[in-house]
Design a protein around this ligand. Structure first.
Ligand code: ZN
Length: 332
């Protein structure tokens, strides 16, 4: 079909369009606009409006396949078409820009955009700050650094999905619970790693039984998935029986800095993350909670180098793509 790509993104940079219920789109990396398919894709938060651009042809109205979910209207300012999409209720709609052909008396479609309307979802994170492991390591993180330095980054990444992360519970873990646990040593066999993760799952459940809460263990050094002298990119997402594990890789240091364990066997999702500079940690935690929300749980990663779910942090991308939104928003 001709003219499918007439919709383009509208980035407002400063957030200047955020007045009222209009979503701010600070940059392309935090935009849900995905132009990869013939019909571009965008999310709108329930009860909000999202502006996109429409090339200046001659559409006179927007038709929605699911007006209960989303509708749109053309706002023409100084010859430039902007389309204001309103998210009414969770669901998917195809919006088409159309005009009536004067001779044929039929709608001519200029372009189509696919819209997912996202319901507000709050994700509760529990933080376990490890004060003493077998090597005596103590994490440098605490509740206020998580709150002030890490969570804002997470919320920026997932805002277009209408997901908000909040710190639910946190604790400095009593040394007696962790002083025999070895988080730091590399070159572990599967039984040793599995034993540690099983212990963390149990300690997490002792602390908070809710299976929907994400348990995050902050440790100074996480070596459990490190293999000395090995190209760790080969170890992505290997299953550690009985808990499937998705490992996040830090390159080029051949060091695994975070891991996510999918919910199962009577426990909720579990993340282990090691101390790093703030910018790296916030990026990595956003990546790991993506796994905890169900993204790439089979050991694969996004193929887009600018994606938050790319396998390595070489590009520090923060973008979510259509399939990612589909999964976290529509639970598909
Ligand atoms: Zn990963």
């Amino acid at each position: 079909m001709a003219g499918q790509n007439q919709f383009t993104d509208l980035i407002d940079g400063s957030g200047a369009l955020a007045a009222g219920n209009v979503e701010a789109v600070p940059d392309a990396q935090h935009s849900s606009f995905d132009a990869i398919d013939d019909a571009p894709y965008v999310t709108v938060r329930e009860g909000m409006r999202r502006m996109v651009s429409l090339r200046p042809l001659k559409p006179d109205r927007i038709v929605s396949t699911n007006p209960k979910a989303a509708s749109g209207k053309i706002v023409n300012t100084n010859g430039a078409n902007t389309v204001e999409i309103t998210g009414h209720a969770p669901g998917t709609a195809l919006l088409s820009a159309v005009w009536v052909h004067p001779t044929w008396k039929a709608d001519v479609v200029e372009g189509t955009i696919e819209v997912d309307v996202c319901r507000k979802r709050t994700v509760f994170l529990n933080f376990h700050f490890v004060d003493k492991d077998r090597q005596g390591n103590r994490t440098g993180l605490n509740a206020s650094t998580v709150q002030n330095d890490l969570l804002p980054f997470l919320n920026d990444v997932f805002r277009a999905a209408n997901i908000e992360f909040t710190m639910h519970l946190n604790r400095r873990v009593p040394a007696a619970l962790t002083e025999t646990l070895d988080f730091a040593s590399p070159d572990r066999d599967k039984a040793s790693a599995s034993q540690l993760y099983t212990t963390l799952a149990r300690l997490g459940m002792d602390f908070d039984k809710s299976l929907s809460h994400v348990q995050i263990w902050c440790v100074k050094a996480y070596g459990v998935e490190d293999k000395t002298g090995m190209d760790v990119t080969e170890t992505i997402g290997h299953p550690i029986f009985p808990i499937p594990v998705t490992v996040n890789i830090k390159v080029p240091a051949n060091n695994v800095a975070g891991g996510t364990f999918q919910a199962g066997n009577g426990h909720g999702p579990l993340i282990v993350i090691e101390d790093e500079p703030q910018a790296s940690m916030s990026f990595r935690l956003a990546h790991e909670v993506g796994h905890a929300l169900g993204l790439y749980t089979n050991g694969t990663h996004s193929t887009h180098k600018d994606a938050i779910m790319y396998r390595a942090d070489t590009h520090k991308g923060t973008k979510l793509y259509k399939d990612d939104y589909r999964k976290v928003v529509l639970r598909k």
